[in-house]
Each structure stands twice: as C-alpha cells, then as structure tokens.
Design a protein around this ligand. Structure first.
Ligand SMILES: [Cu+2]
Length: 135
C-alpha cells in the first residue's frame, strides 16, 4: 500500500487519490473591451464565490490547474495553508499560461479555511480569489 502522504510521485496511478479538482484561471470579457468588464475568474467565479467541495482532513487531492485566454492570462495560482507536489518539487505557487495545464497533488491535512488566489496583484484585486476548506 502506498504511503498515506503519497510521497513525491505525481504520476497518475502511482498513489492513492481521494479527490480530483479542476481550476481554470481565465479573464472573461463581459463588456466588449471595457476594462471594467474584465472578470478575473477561477472556473468563472470571482471574489470568493467558487463553490469548492469541503476537503476531509488527510485526504489526497489532485488539482488540475488550467489556463486559457490570451496574453493577459499569465497567472500564478497560490494556495494558502498547504504546499503541493508538482513534478518532484514542493511549492505553493504554480505558473499558469494560456493553453496550459499543471497537475499538482496535495495532502489536505491542515484544517481551516484558506485562500486560493492568483498572485498577480491586479488579478487578485479584480476578483481572482477563492477559498477552500479542510475539516
Ligand atoms: Cu491571474
């Protein structure tokens, strides 16, 4: 049986997985080019409204982090409260480019409600922020 913490092996099928979640970081233009119409969303949700499921303390979560859009969609997905395993490194920030995907594994073992947001300051201020909860 694989170790509960999953180790560093992020290859699919190489460790126990309890949950898979997808996050799309993308700016949506809702006002045909006006700056105020640019919605900086995660899965289309802005300002903390992304409805992520509750995570159970200790479960293994695989996050699929996607980018789409254009040259403005250079994002830095950042988790508070936990680090993730990506390609053999431990990090709490993932670079997301348009048309790209990164797979990251988390052992959700730090109970609390934590921020999950883009670290580009303008994007964060424009709504690219969510929360996730471990309990
Ligand atoms: Cu961003």
């Amino acid at each position: 049986m694989p170790p509960r913490d999953g180790g560093n092996d992020t290859r699919p099928g190489q460790q126990r997985l309890d949950r898979e979640l997808v996050l799309l970081f993308m700016i949506f233009d809702e006002a045909k080019g006006e700056e105020r119409g640019l919605m900086h969303g995660i899965n289309g949700f802005i300002f903390g409204n992304l409805p992520l499921p509750l995570l159970t303390n200790g479960e293994q979560v695989r996050w699929y982090v996607l980018g789409m859009g254009n040259e403005k969609d250079i994002h830095t997905a950042h988790w508070h409260g936990k680090t993730l395993r990506v390609s053999g490194r431990h990090t709490d920030v993932i670079e997301v480019f348009p048309g790209s995907m990164v797979t990251a594994d988390m052992t959700a073992d730090n109970p609390g409600t934590w921020l999950l947001h883009c670290h580009v300051a303008d994007h964060l201020n424009a709504g690219m922020v969510a929360t996730y909860t471990i309990r």
